[in-house]
Write a protein that binds this ligand. Structure first.
Ligand SMILES: *Cc1c(COP(=O)(O)O)cnc(C)c1O
Length: 380
């Protein structure tokens, strides 16, 4: 039985399946990059903070990248002192600063005023402080996903940043400018801007965090980045970090759903699934049809797959098969490891997907959302 067949036979749906072999393969590729370049590898846990996954990455990653107090606590619990925790976020609250500085090994201030808040509130213990830079280079066509958009809230504009503006205790810089990039050109350009505009600052730094956003698992030639990282590290005697999320876990996740109803609407065949955009919010956000395993470009039976929520636009898209879909048939969306389960919600009272772990041809139930979880959310 191949993985696809195995997944369609998962005992319960909707099911989020995480394929251990696949994310280990992704991590191994990143590990080669790390060995060749000398950089350090963090997993950005916001993509999927499943503890079992975090535990399973420990022998390859050098730590985790986090964006909040809860993520920092979770990362700290898993690492138990065995790696770095990098944090950057626009949303740091004053009353969390002491705990964050305790949990994190590196914090990159998102603005000069946030750096000031840190400086006023803590004795500088073990934590190394950096600054998130906005290199003013836009690569996304959709402004909503461009950290360098006009009036950006993410990082300090590099244009006009003087060495004298830099908070005194800054030991690192952080940049993160793209999402799901399939080539390394943006990274090369970003570093070029850093090297020219932040030239005066670089010699006094200890580290440079190049962020995430690249699908390292799908980029065939990483040599230019390897060379670049080696060059900056030796020229400025600093440590480079990368913090991918989707590149680690995206291709390792699957969403399996069962058809619960079929009918014709305005001449189109519809199949209602036991999942919805509640479990895959990017479908609605981006208004794009997600990849579906078993879809046949020339299939003779077109069917519109729709979600089970009350939202009229809760639609996955139109797919084709060689036989008509029927009730209880299973469909499998692939490439959903990142930013799906973490954003899933219980709108309309539908539970979160069951979570299964796939390894060596075996599916194991990890977690099952129940009525009690739903109830706990809405009772005192
Ligand atoms: C989201 C994010 C990442 C991870 O991004 P991926 O696209 O999942 O690789 C890394 N760093 C920062 C600052 C982020 O906001």
């Amino acid at each position: 039985m191949n993985n696809f067949e195995l997944m369609t036979q998962v005992p319960t749906t909707p099911a989020f399946i995480l394929d251990q072999q696949q994310f280990q393969l992704n991590l191994q590729r990143l590990s080669v990059f790390k060995q060749q370049s000398g950089c350090k590898l963090l997993y950005s846990i916001k993509a999927l903070p499943l503890m079992k996954l975090l535990d399973a990455t420990l022998d390859i990653v050098d730590g985790f990248s986090v964006s909040s107090l809860f993520e920092a606590r979770l990362a700290n619990e898993v690492l138990a002192g065995r790696g770095s925790i990098h944090l950057t976020t626009p949303g740091i609250r004053e009353d969390q600063i002491a705990e964050l500085a305790n949990l994190c090994s590196h914090i990159s201030g998102n603005s000069l005023s946030q750096c000031q808040l840190f400086a006023e509130n803590i004795m500088l213990g073990e934590c190394s402080f950096g600054l998130r830079i906005n290199p003013h280079l836009s690569f996304a066509s959709d402004l909503r996903f461009d950290p360098c958009r006009p009036y950006s809230k993410l990082g300090v504009d590099i244009q006009g940043l003087q060495a004298s503006d830099m908070p005194i205790n800054i030991e690192g810089l952080h940049v993160h400018t793209v999402f799901s990039a399939l080539d390394v050109e943006p990274l090369l350009k970003t570093v070029e801007v850093l090297l020219t505009q932040a030239e005066a600052i670089l010699p006094r730094l200890k580290w440079l965090n190049l962020g995430g956003g690249y699908l390292f698992d799908r980029i065939t030639d990483l040599t230019p980045v390897v060379e670049l990282v080696k060059r900056i590290q030796s020229r400025y005697d600093l440590q480079v970090f990368i913090e991918p999320g989707k590149a680690v876990v995206g291709s390792a996740g699957y969403l399996v759903s069962s058809v619960v109803d079929c009918f014709i609407s305005d001449d189109k065949a519809l199949a209602v699934l036991d999942t919805s955009v509640n479990h895959y919010s990017e479908v609605f956000e981006y208004q794009r049809e997600p990849a579906l395993m078993g879809h046949l470009e020339r299939g003779v039976f077109p069917v519109m797959l729709v979600g089970s929520s009350c939202l009229a636009g809760d639609i996955f898209g139109e797919y084709r098969f060689n036989q008509p879909l029927q009730r209880k048939d299973r469909v499998v969306f692939n490439d959903v490891g990142a930013y799906t389960l973490i954003k899933a919600n219980r709108f309309n009272g539908y539970p979160l997907p069951d979570i299964y772990w796939l390894n060596a041809g075996e599916l194991t139930l990890v977690k099952r959302d129940s009525y009690l979880d739903y109830r706990r959310q809405w009772t005192e």
